[in-house]
Design a protein around this ligand. Structure first.
Ligand SMILES: *Cc1c(COP(=O)(O)O)cnc(C)c1O
Length: 386
């Protein structure tokens, strides 16, 4: 189901549509990725850092009180919120930075929206002694000022992007521009399962550890596979990681959850954005449409090519939830389980709340808790005051 018919393609989606000079850089990156991904020493080093630095494996927690409160299917939480730096993004960052090291890069650049990927990248750059430049929309810098300070504390230079909407999409454009200029010593550490080949394949590869663990864990705890796996979808990296090892298990429903203010998969059309083909939200002039989510990490008008294919092929379903539903789920997980989720992750929870009561008590839902909510507490405080 997930197999790529042609390298870098998922059905009609994916590929690489970039200028020739950038394509050359990507071809080299691709060759290096395929060379190292199955290299025993590389795999061992990746798992060493996941264990000793990220804190994996993280638990698959049975949310007993939440299950009682919502009724119906048993809800399990895959605890990416417990990772070092507080979200799933570090899994991919460790994988890519090890590749950067192998490739001899001294300088790492990245884009960031909510600041989570920037913080994860700055963290790993500190540990691996790399120069780190993070492109971030000026608007996002304001919304996530503490994360900007965190990145600086970690030794990164945060570069404000004021073009366009001054948000994530614009930061990606700037980072790609930097890569073309500086490819000789620079590695672009992309934060989601988007972009031209090989990024979506590479990010999925490193994030697949999420479902590799959850599948083993649920079989240990329940002796059977889950009935549904839910994850929020921004660019799609936590969702593709959470889905990967279930793609060939037809009994497992895969559900991606989007904000109703950025419904890329529910309303998007095939188009090209940032050098790859995917479902994309376009305005009347055919330009990527501005999106507005309360979760900065979900604010992206495009979507990973594999999700686009999973949607069109029908293997996965994609749904939307409203801000009100997200805020309610955010608070309910906090006071039933003592876990404050990221606003992004609260999207997946909000849909679990609707789905669980329609299922039997013996059925199982795994919600990928992509991150913790410390970064969002102040924003939620302001929203609830109104
Ligand atoms: C960045 C982020 C997301 C969205 O990114 P994906 O690539 O779609 O996973 C979701 N949750 C958290 C906590 C994030 O930091």
């Amino acid at each position: 189901m997930s197999e790529e018919l042609q390298e870098g393609y998922f059905g009609e989606f994916g590929g690489s549509f970039v200028p020739p000079d950038l394509q050359e850089v990507l071809n080299y990156l691709s060759a290096q990725f395929y060379k190292y991904k199955d290299d025993a020493e590389f795999i061992e080093e990746f798992h060493y850092y996941l264990r000793e630095y990220v804190g994996r494996e993280n638990p698959l927690t049975f949310a007993e009180r939440l299950t009682d409160a919502w009724g119906g299917a048993k809800i399990y939480l895959k605890r990416e919120d417990l990772n070092h730096t507080g979200a799933h993004k570090i899994n991919n960052v460790i994988g890519q930075i090890l590749l950067a090291k192998r490739m001899g890069a001294k300088r790492v650049i990245a884009e960031t929206g909510a600041g989570q990927h920037g913080v994860a990248t700055a963290t790993a750059c500190a540990m691996f002694n790399m120069d780190c430049f993070i492109y971030m929309g000026a608007e996002d810098m304001q919304r996530q000022s503490l994360n900007v300070f965190r990145m600086e504390l970690l030794g990164a230079k945060v570069v404000p992007v004021t073009k366009g909407q001054a948000r994530l999409k614009d930061a990606v454009d700037e980072a790609l521009g930097d890569l073309v200029q500086n490819y000789k010593n620079t590695f672009y550490l992309l934060g989601s399962a988007v972009g031209p080949h090989p990024f979506p394949t590479m990010v999925k590869h490193f994030q697949s550890v999420v479902s590799e663990e959850s599948k083993r864990q649920i079989l240990e705890k329940e002796g059977k596979l889950p009935d549904a796996v839910l994850a929020c979808v921004g660019g799609g990296s936590n969702a593709i990681g959470a889905f990967a090892h279930y793609l060939d298990e037809p009994s497992v429903r895969l559900i991606g959850v989007e904000p109703d203010k950025a419904p890329t998969l529910t309303e998007g059309v095939p188009g090209t954005i940032h050098g790859f083909k995917c479902l994309v939200l376009l305005d009347e002039e055919g330009n990527p449409k501005p999106t507005y989510s309360i979760a900065a990490g979900l604010d992206y008008p495009g979507i990973g090519p594999e999700h686009s294919h999973l949607k069109v092929s029908g293997r996965a379903d994609y749904v939307t939830v409203t801000n009100e539903e997200v805020l309610a789920a955010f608070q309910e997980l906090s006071h039933t389980e003592g876990i404050i989720p990221a606003l992004e992750s609260a999207h997946a929870l909000a849909y679990a709340k609707k789905l669980a009561p329609t299922m039997g008590k013996e059925q199982i839902i795994i919600v990928n808790l992509s991150g913790r909510g410390d970064k969002d507490v102040e924003q939620v405080f302001e929203m609830l005051k109104k």
